[in-house]
Unconditional design. Structure first.
Length: 492
């Protein structure tokens, strides 16, 4: 399928679903940002009528989502209503839960009493997912894996080893570490009880609307230990919940089991298992940050490494006997040291570097921008080797500022590889210039029309440098007054 057909067919299919269900035509279709998923999300509206439209060619994953949505709603767990599913089960409409997640609230409002109560509500709903809906869950419907067993735990530990530890250059006994990881995964694979596990239960996947919490992105559900989900929420790196909150919320979760008439469990054993799975989750998250940040150069994940290491340091300090494996313990103490944390900590505002980076996009038709710094120089990157979205009608009147163009470049072209090399090269000079007290660096991106590829690349680099180095970055799109936009086209 050509890129042009992809966007036209997808939006056409979703608009048709919207019209069939609501009996009114779509007035606007807004592409929503996506992260690591292949699913494509759009917000479709007509007046006050709105829905989130999803397109995903992985039918098995969709079926998992449909199954658990129905199961959760049956047990009065707040999840989005699925309004309509296409015949081929690749497209569906679901309830629009707004734009505010629990993560957004804790970052914006801080550790307030209303936010704490929302966390309690989320954990109470989680208990229903695990212990009530989980009683009748058909684990054959799971998409990723049927169970978080010994093999899955070992996979998470190796993910941490390969994508984080091995990128740090820290010496360790590789054979000894693998042996200890095997023992740890074997021990935890036998932990009871086993319930329905959400797998990625963190505050970004909890939406807040009208004072209620709603769960999203539960396609990864599987059978597993309930403690893992609690650990995922309470120890989320960027949220940095206070220790008193963690203890209060864990107590609240355990109390909610009584209200649900869950059979009596050994609380001491449960809490011991919780501690173990906090550790596993912390390591899995570091592996993910290493892969997405250190290998794929995504700034958001790089800036999350510092808080994740702080989390690990706090955990090791609070639990001197966990993990009870000498090589693993020694390695974790090394990677969570203050020196390692400093390596991944964005400078404080009062320590902001003098360096200002001038980032620009331009069209080769009109020529490269002139260097303005006191010593000239800088980088000029040619984006013309990347497939041009402007060739296709669906993107012709959009720019690199638009979400649909961003998704095209990231999904349909080699732009991610291109940008990874850019990040690496520019970072060499940025770090050197900061160390030497330089005040200016220029980076320019050129493409044919200066409207799509170069604009996207300039925006991405600016965001990366601001987040990674806390720099002042000035972005200029030199060809902006010549962009071919829909309004101009219609007037012509």
């Amino acid at each position: 399928m050509t890129p042009n057909k992809t966007v036209v067919q997808i939006t056409g299919i979703l608009e048709k679903l919207f019209e069939e269900h609501f009996e009114k035509k779509a007035e606007s279709v807004e592409a929503l940002a996506v992260s690591g998923s292949d699913r494509r999300y759009y917000r479709i509206t007509n007046g006050k009528t709105t829905a989130i439209a999803t397109y995903n060619t992985n039918i098995a994953e969709n079926n998992t989502f449909f199954y658990f949505t129905e199961l959760f709603r049956k047990h009065q767990v707040n999840v989005p209503e699925v309004y309509k599913i296409s015949k081929d089960r690749r497209a569906y409409l679901q309830q629009d839960l707004g734009k505010t997640s629990l993560f957004d609230l804790v970052i914006k409002e801080g550790y307030t009493e209303p936010v704490r109560k929302l966390y309690h509500k989320a954990l109470a709903q989680l208990a229903k997912v695990q212990w009530i809906a989980g009683r009748e869950a058909d684990y054959k419907q799971c998409f990723v894996s049927k169970a978080f067993d010994e093999k899955a735990i070992m996979s998470d530990l190796l993910y941490f080893k390969y994508y984080f530890v091995d990128l740090q250059g820290i010496p360790y006994d590789r054979t000894g570490l693998i042996s200890e990881m095997e023992l740890l995964s074997k021990d935890l694979g036998r932990v009871q009880p086993q319930t329905l596990m959400y797998r990625d239960f963190q505050s970004r996947n909890i939406m807040v609307m009208d004072g209620k919490i709603y769960f999203i992105d539960y396609q990864g559900c599987m059978q597993g230990p309930p403690q893992y989900d609690i650990a995922s929420l309470l120890w989320q790196a960027r949220a940095q919940l206070p220790g008193a909150w963690k203890e209060d919320l864990l107590n609240g979760y355990i109390s909610s089991l009584t209200e649900l008439h869950v059979p009596r469990m050994d609380e001491i054993y449960f809490r011991r298992g919780y501690v173990q799975f906090v550790l596993v989750r912390l390591l899995q998250v570091l592996g993910s940050y290493g892969f997405r940040g250190l290998l794929q150069h995504k700034a958001h994940f790089i800036t999350s490494i510092g808080p994740a290491l702080k989390n690990l340091e706090t955990f090791l300090s609070d639990h001197p006997q966990t993990p009870a494996y000498p090589e693993l313990r020694s390695l974790l103490e090394k990677i969570s040291s203050p020196e390692m944390q400093d390596k991944y900590t964005t400078p404080a505002t009062n320590e902001k570097p003098k360096l200002v980076v001038q980032v620009s996009s331009f069209s080769y038709k009109t020529g490269m921008p002139k260097a303005t710094g006191p010593h000239g120089g800088g980088y000029v990157f040619d984006c013309r080797g990347i497939l041009n979205p402007g060739r296709y009608v669906a993107y012709k009147h959009l720019t690199g500022n638009d979400e649909m163009v961003r998704q095209f470049l990231e999904r349909e072209t080699r732009m991610p590889d291109f940008m990874n090399h850019v990040y690496g090269l520019v970072s060499l000079n940025v770090e050197d210039y900061i160390a030497r007290g330089f005040e200016q660096l220029s980076v320019s991106f050129g493409c044919t029309g200066g409207q799509h590829r170069s604009v996207y690349a300039a925006n991405q680099l600016a965001a990366y440098l601001k987040t990674r180095y806390n720099l002042d970055v000035a972005v200029t799109h030199c060809n902006e007054d010549k962009w071919v936009l829909q309004k101009e086209s219609a007037e012509a």
